[in-house]
Write a protein that binds this ligand. Sequence first.
Ligand code: SF4
Length: 196
Amino acid sequence: MMADTLTYLKETVIHCKKCGLAQNRTQVVFGEGMLNAGIMIIGEAPGRDEDIQGRPFVGKSGQLLDKILAACGFTREKHIFISNIVKCRPPDNRVPTPQEAEACMPWLLRQAELIDPKIVVLLGATALRYIAGADHRITRERGQWIHWQNRLTMPVYHPAALLRDPTLKRETWEDFKKIVFAYRELIDPNHYSAHV
Ligand code: SF4
């Protein structure tokens, strides 16, 4: 039933023209993962690879994200649903404008409602700003639990930032350890990770 509803939502979203990003996209990147996933990951926007393939986080950032998730014992198929603040690629990978984020937000809210994750992970400054408000700063708030839609929510650095500055990896790993601990506490006490 819920799976049907998510599929129906996707059918609607892939034809969306609510903001100007519709003009230059190749495909809408709806998001993917498990229905009823315990964790929903929210990034910024599709990039070039994602726009071509129609899937979220498939480029270099996505590969790094998959590595981090694997170290936590998480896979996209079993534990995660991944989406973005906006579902169409901004030209030249610029940051989505507040108007674009606002136009796309109802889709994200509906996804969160249907998937009903207990934990939300915000990847990077843009996701944090558009979810929590313009005065929030990733450097200050990463690794600290906040609440969004009554869900335990953790801002962390975007994988693209880790690729630019590998010294951020250590702090990010500490943040993801907290996410694993919360997953065990809220979702599956027997969740296995070789590293946490
Ligand atoms: S970015 Fe979101 S609101 Fe804008 S056209 Fe794409 S799906 Fe619609």
